[in-house]
Design a protein around this ligand. Structure first.
Ligand code: KIV
Ligand code: ZN
Length: 515
């Protein structure tokens, strides 16, 4: 006998609350499409009342996602709930997730409300949310540090008001698995109408136990929804990792006896997309999605795996979407072959123009790099998706000179509006010289918060993928650039970030600062 575990992805909401991970509307839509391909049950697309930009992003996600429930967070008040409902209007299936803090500490120090006021507000919020949808989730924020008697009282009341999912957050990552599992079990046992709602877990990872706590909530507590994020993205030490929950439940089905709707082969593409958009690099030894998760370096392990794979492997790399760096296309490949391969890779093209632009980029890349891998095509497509946005700055060419004992020099030619400009500068290194050359003309004054370089495939022929995170006037943006020449990739990434700073619709306030 098995029953179903609901996967509620909050990469676009709680994940986005990581400093520096805020996403533009288009980026949210791209991730939402991938989450839908991954077949998550619920996509929490944002916190509509936090900013106009976030409300617009939720509306855009709601308009394109057909197969997953789309959800918005809302504080427990009519204004937030109305904005959430408005942004979810176009959704095929929608959920409003309303929350209020219930721990003594949060009620007294943060909300400055009495428990009775919080009780009344929670009830009223759920009742109000039910006017817009039958699918209403309630979260007592800092629930795990709340008084058990008060929590039972408030949760019983919101179920009566029509809450269909009750989520118990360990907001500060304080729980340990055994205690958290029993906490959920106690709630379910003591609340008389607990069987009228689905119970959900939401565990932050401050002590590195987010996944373990969530699974204890499922096994001991009887929860049937897990809230999680791709790559464990989230503020501070992050959230529960979606990929770890999914693969634990699937690999140990003998123990968990739970069914999932997820298409696990979409896990690695989702991980790469989130990492590329946010600029948060995945650590190599990260379970399931880390570059070394399936690598065997020791001779004994390699020998064992060659003789019988299951000697040292409990999952297959291809089952979670790792591809074998297959050479798929080259300089002589035609448009049809290219089109077919991108379809096989699950990339959705909106128009013939988009295909033509992507094909032109493919040809340009094939001139620079003889072997084109699936990873190159995926990044090429995301690169081309980015270029659909109206660009103020655009990379044209780079001339760079470095010699041991001399200061590196760069000359960059780039587009500013309708004009081509050329600028030259020196720097401590080739990247520094290149950025100095761009800054000399642009004078953005932005602060560089992050500069990271990644190889898209293996080998020295690989394209470099550079992420630059810039901050200016309270706004934080990420720019990504790809090129076989990592200095050119750096210039592209810097210009992409400047484009977002230039166009207010392409950046949003950090979710933490908005409400
Ligand atoms: O961690 C938390 O308490 C939350 C709630 C808003 C669900 O993210
Ligand atoms: Zn949270």
């Amino acid at each position: 006998m098995t029953d179903k575990l609901i996967i509620f992805d909050t990469t676009l909401r709680d994940g986005e609350q990581s400093p520096g991970a805020s996403m533009t509307k288009d980026e949210k839509v791209r991730i939402a499409r991938q989450l839908e391909r991954l077949r998550v049950d619920v996509i929490e697309a944002g916190f509509a009342a936090s900013s106009h930009g976030d409300a617009a992003a939720i509306a855009a996600v709601a308009a394109v996602v057909k197969d997953s429930i789309v959800c918005s967070l809302a504080r427990a008040n009519e204004k937030d709930i109305t904005i959430a409902a408005e942004s979810l209007k176009a959704a095929n299936a929608k959920r409003i997730h309303t929350f209020i803090a219930t721990s003594a500490l949060h009620m007294e120090k943060k909300l400055r409300m009495t428990p009775d006021q919080v009780f009344d507000q929670a009830k009223a919020a759920v009742r109000f949310a039910r006017k817009f949808t039958n699918d209403v989730e309630f979260s007592p924020e800092d629930g795990y540090r709340s008084d058990m008697d008060f929590l039972c009282r408030i949760l019983e009341a919101v179920i009566k008001e029509g809450a269909t999912t009750l989520n118990i957050p360990d907001t500060v990552g304080y729980a340990v698995p055994e205690l958290y599992g029993h906490f959920i079990k106690t709630l379910r046992t003591r609340i008389p109408n607990s069987d009228k709602a689905i119970w959900s877990v939401h565990c932050h990872n401050d002590l590195g136990m987010g996944v373990a706590n969530s699974l204890a909530g499922v096994v001991t507590g009887g929860a049937r929804q897990v809230e999680c994020t791709i790559n464990g993205l989230g503020e501070r030490a992050g959230n529960t990792s979606l990929e770890e929950i999914v693969m634990a439940v699937r690999t140990r089905k003998d123990f968990f006896k739970l069914d999932l709707r997820i298409d696990a082969t979409q896990i690695v593409p989702a991980s790469k997309l989130v990492s590329q958009i946010t600029g948060f690099v995945v650590q190599p030894n990260k379970a399931v999605v880390g570059a070394n998760a399936f690598a065997h370096a020791s001779g004994i392990h390699q020998d064992g795996v060659l003789k019988a794979r299951d000697t040292y492997e409990i999952m297959r790399a291809e089952d979670v979407g790792w591809s074998a760096n297959r050479i798929v296309l080259g300089k002589l490949s035609g448009r049809n072959a290219f089109k077919q391969r991108i379809q096989e890779l699950g990339v959705v093209l909106e128009s013939e123009t988009e295909l033509n632009e992507a094909f032109a980029r493919f040809k340009a890349l094939a001139d620079q790099k003889s072997e084109i891998f699936d990873e190159d095509i995926v990044s090429l497509m995301s690169d081309s998706a980015m270029s659909q946005q109206k660009e103020h700055y655009g990379f044209i060419s780079l001339n760079q000179h470095s010699e041991t004992g001399e200061r590196p020099k760069s000359r960059v030619v780039f587009k500013v509006g309708d004009q081509d400009v050329s600028s030259e500068a020196e720097g401590n290194g080739p990247v520094d010289a290149t950025l100095n050359a761009i800054e000399k003309k642009v004078e953005s004054g932005a602060e560089l918060l992050l500069f990271s370089v990644n190889a898209i495939t293996s080998g020295t022929q690989s394209q470099g993928e550079v992420t630059m995170r810039l901050s200016k006037g309270g706004r934080i943006v990420n720019g990504v650039g790809m090129d076989p020449d990592i200095i050119a990739a750096s210039a592209k990434a810097y210009l992409a970030a400047l484009n977002k700073l230039h166009d207010p619709s392409q950046a949003k306030l950090n979710a933490q600062m908005a409400p």
